[in-house]
Design a protein around this ligand. Structure first.
Ligand SMILES: Nc1ncnc2c1ncn2[C@@H]1O[C@H](COP(=O)(O)OP(=O)(O)OP(=O)(O)O)[C@@H](O)[C@H]1O
Ligand SMILES: [Mg+2]
Length: 274
């Protein structure tokens, strides 16, 4: 299967979120909750992994897979849960849900992540690691998936459908904003806005060293593995030239699906078990 076939599903999911609309569905619903450093997303798909509805909110209650504001996190998941319930017209209380962690975090932190989702009245049936969730949407069996989020960059290497290596490093969009804030002598919040809304041609040269550093981290991790394609996802890789920098630094073909922000959240829902 070509990884690009996942693009239609991602686009459909994006449209549902934007329009606050639900798709008709078949069978049981599957829920995915992504507790990200920058964004929390609730994704709902049906048994055939067709997107049904979704909702998202910017949040700073989880940092790099560690919950820093437990009640805040629970409240946001509850709010997003009731939003999707309204959109679909169904009560999702105690519905099965999957959630995700950056690869390699401690077991205690994993438990807290899943407790947040349970406390928001879901029933957690699976905890996957983020790049692995993304790989499910891309339908790939081989290659490296790199999830560049707000605070963390997660790497999973797959071989014949099996995850053979995972790693996680504390770098992401937050670090890009810190560099922009320094370069323009503005606050972090102003830098976040500038990064998202300013012309990429102006911003990218400023953050390019951060992307090069990310690439060198990924390069180090995948050395010794037989990787012929790198798939980048996550909100921090939206820049048009992101893949180009990776290819130049690492020397391996690098590709990016549409709406990279939504790939991991959608994949978490795909991994919800009955
Ligand atoms: N249009 C954009 N241009 C540049 N950066 C963007 C854009 N939209 C989002 N981002 C950045 O993407 C990051 C958020 O991505 P994502 O939602 O994948 O992270 P997360 O899952 O919340 O974090 P993590 O996986 O690290 O816990 C933020 O740093 C945000 O500033
Ligand atoms: Mg993430």
């Amino acid at each position: 299967m070509d990884w690009k076939s996942g693009n239609d599903t991602i686009l459909e999911f994006n449209e549902l979120i934007k329009a606050k609309r639900a798709n008709p569905y078949q069978g049981n619903l599957k829920v995915g909750v992504d507790l990200g450093t920058a964004n929390i997303v609730v994704a709902v798909v049906d048994e055939n992994n067709r997107p049904v509805a979704g909702a998202t909110q910017g949040a700073h209650v989880v940092r790099d897979g560690i919950v820093v504001d437990y009640l805040g996190a629970v409240n946001i998941v509850r709010t997003l849960k009731s939003e999707v319930e309204k959109i679909i017209g169904v009560d999702l209380t105690y519905a099965n849900a999957a959630t995700a962690i950056p690869p390699g975090i401690l077991e205690g932190n994993t438990k807290i992540i899943s407790n947040v989702v349970d406390s928001a009245d879901f029933t957690v049936t699976n905890v996957v690691d983020e790049p692995t969730a993304a790989a499910t949407v891309l339908g790939i069996q081989n290659g490296a998936v790199v999830d560049v989020g707000g605070g963390t960059t997660g790497i999973s290497i797959l071989k014949n459908g099996e995850v053979i290596f995972t790693a996680d490093e504390a770098t992401g969009g937050t670090h890009m904003s810190l560099v922009i804030a320094g370069a323009y002598h503005i606050s972090f919040e102003e830098a976040e806005e500038m990064k998202k809304h300013e012309d990429q041609r102006k911003i990218f040269p400023v953050i390019k060293p951060v992307v090069e550093k990310m690439a060198s981290i990924v390069h180090r991790f995948i050395q010794g593995y037989d990787v012929d394609t790198i798939y980048v996802v996550g909100g921090a890789c939206v820049f048009d030239k992101f893949e180009q920098v990776f290819e130049k630094e690492i020397g391996i073909k690098t590709v990016k699906p549409v709406e990279p922000l939504l790939v991991t959240p959608l994949g978490i829902a795909f991994n919800c078990q009955r």
